[in-house]
Design a protein around this ligand. Structure first.
Ligand code: CA
Ligand code: CA
Ligand code: CA
Length: 302
């Protein structure tokens, strides 16, 4: 995962360098065409975020299923794209999505295994219907549709804050501190960012659970109508996830847990694909990639 960080900082540095020296570096130009991004003194405004700050309310979040592997969302978290027979638990690169290859999404494998017994998307869908999962992305420091320095603060509000309705432009009182802050960049409206961790406390089927995504990555096409092609991804620790899932007060889930996590641990360990031990037989972490949608929201009082 250090590789990922290096790649991201290299990308960010590149963006900064290109902005700073676009006029001098003729090799970067596409035959001197007038519409080259580096020719522009400033980028176009970002629609819906003209005053530099804007908020978006997550309106749906989906756990992908590996039954459609070419549709699996996520990121190449370990920098590997090996399609060879596995020699280590992290040597699993089953997924591609368009031009993106080497996608790591062990959680999709887990969701597929456990899905035969329990469909994880059912409580998620209910959480949105009931307004139990209220997550806001607030962008600040937006100078235009292309901007190498943007901050995305993530707020998780108390359940019921929206009443379960997700009307575009809905006014929402954003309270409390951000649970995560992404260092982000915009390129023609495509937002990409990363945060060291993203801790989400949500109520699932009447139980408060905590989920922490490490080395979180995020991307979305941002427009006045919200987020499109948005994906949140990163890594989950298997031990922490066993504790989280088995703390849910649900008979079906509890039946899968048993001693030391039982079948839940077994499913998670089978799907774990990051941080292998010495001989590659056990991976401690699990990659995750979640497609999501978001609609514009208005901070109450702004
Ligand atoms: Ca990979
Ligand atoms: Ca892998
Ligand atoms: Ca900026």
């Amino acid at each position: 995962m250090d590789l990922m960080k290096m790649a991201f900082s290299a990308l960010l540095t590149c963006a900064l360098v290109m902005t700073g020296c676009g006029d001098d570096d003729s090799s970067m130009e596409d035959g001197g065409t007038a519409d080259s991004a580096t020719d522009a003194p400033a980028s176009e405004p970002l629609a819906g975020c003209e005053d530099g700050t804007c908020a978006f309310l997550m309106s749906n979040l989906t756990i992908p299923n590996t039954a459609m592997p070419t549709m699996v969302a996520g990121y190449d978290i370990d920098g590997m794209n090996s399609m060879a027979a596995s020699t280590s638990c992290d040597d699993v690169e089953d997924f591609s999505n368009g031009a993106r290859v080497g996608i790591d999404n062990g959680f999709a494998s887990f969701a597929t295994s456990v899905g035969a017994v329990f469909d994880l998307n059912t409580p998620l869908a209910e959480a949105f219907t009931n307004g139990d999962l209220v997550l806001i992305f607030e962008l600040t420091g937006v100078d235009g549709a292309t901007d190498s320095d943007v901050t995305v603060d993530v707020f998780v509000l108390d359940a019921g804050a929206t009443g379960g309705n997700y009307d575009a432009g809905q006014e929402i009182a954003i309270t409390g501190s951000a649970v995560a802050s992404f260092s982000a960049a915009l390129a023609d409206g495509k937002l990409t960012g990363e945060a060291s961790s993203l801790a989400i406390n949500i109520n699932v089927m009447g139980s408060d659970i905590a989920l922490t995504i490490q080395d979180a990555q995020f991307e979305a096409d941002v427009s006045a109508s919200g987020f499109a092609n948005a994906t949140l991804g990163g890594a989950l620790n298997v031990d922490a996830l066993v504790t989280t899932i088995c703390a849910i007060d649900n008979e079906q889930i509890n039946g899968l847990c048993g001693d030391d996590g039982g079948q839940v641990r077994q499913f998670l360990s089978n799907a774990a694909d990051l941080t292998p031990n010495g001989d590659g037989t056990v991976c401690a972490d699990l990659s995750i990639g979640l497609p999501l949608t978001a609609v514009p929201a208005t901070r109450a009082g702004s």
